[in-house]
Design a protein around this ligand. Sequence first.
Ligand code: HSE
Length: 419
Amino acid sequence: MKKIGVALLGLGVVGGGTYEILTTKREYIKENDGLDIEVKAVLERNLDRVRELGIDEALVAKDIDEIVSNPDIHVVAEFFGGVEPARSFLIKALENGKSIVTANKEMFSKSWKDLEEAGKKGNAGLYFEASCVGGVPIIRTLTDAMQGNKMTSLKGIVNGTTNYILSRMSDEGVDYNTCLKSAQDLGYAEANPTADVDGFDSMYKNSILSSLAYKKRVPLDKIYREGISSVDVRDLEIGKELGYTMKLLAISKDDGKMTEARVHPAFLPAEHPLSAVKGSFNAVFIHGDNVDDVMLYGRGAGSLPTGSAIVSDIVFAGKNTTHRRFAFEDVEVDDSSFATDFITEYYLRFAVSNQGEALSKITALIEDNGVSVERAMTKGDDVIVVTSKSNESKMQAIVRVIERLSAVDCLGALVRIER
Ligand code: HSE
């Protein structure tokens, strides 16, 4: 039976989950995949954690060089998070012929091209299923199940922390900080949760997924980003009354010429399948020209769900004798093929001093600019307007003019509506 030696870099939440699965499923994988996968080394400073997981301390390596020079290690799985030293260690591993497995979306989205180069040099593979949407096999779906399609759009709830926060705020009326604290305690949030709540984590994942979907590198600086830290629970409530559910969405579209990519909170109609995705669950809704709509749903974070994707990658890395190369990483990014504006419907809330006057002036101003007002109402001291589709740039300009009306105090919320 083929023997595969694995090194685990870091034994945090996902590293621990991976060790647990590799241990409990060792015989099962032998029977089903014909591979005997053994953890040959770990790189972890916290010896208490090593003991807690029941790992033999003799497996603790002194540094990355000891790991990359060990001929019994074939696959290096990384769980550090953050860009360095993960990036340098994985480049070293690849150059030394070790395939890499990673859940590190930040490092991967920022270093894909360099990792690809190192993989070519060392004839080793890059496996990153766990980097996006935890245990949900979205990467394998995009790379291995959609070959007969030109993918045209992707819409996903790809961050468990923010979905957990928005779901609890909406369903239980619990405040933002309490929800964030629970997400951290449950192990969903990043070490620095601003990566979650400000949309960076979703942006990294959007870059990886959209690049795979459209076979074109979608760099981070081409993705519009906005997080949930200024979401007001009032808008979740009003949205619900209007038939919408708020989600932090990673969105991208591609027509073969132009690509558009963004991350921001958005209202979805309550009947949209993504609206039913609650708590830390994630889901991705993709569209291909032949397959039509496909939706994948599952746990996007947590030790065992993410460990499940890591173990699957270790099996693939161990089985494959040739590794997939991502040819688009060799192509220079063409700036002119990325949209700088986008079109959606809008939910707007303005704090006003004179409701009747404000309502008629706001609606008139929007319609004078060629955008239809689908719904308009007052609610307490606020005016709420739902519009038809508009360019984002145009809507931002309209809002700036509305803010200058004497009857209007300020913009309370601008939420894009997706369908
Ligand atoms: N912080 C991430 C999330 C972990 O909440 O989804 C999984 O990438």
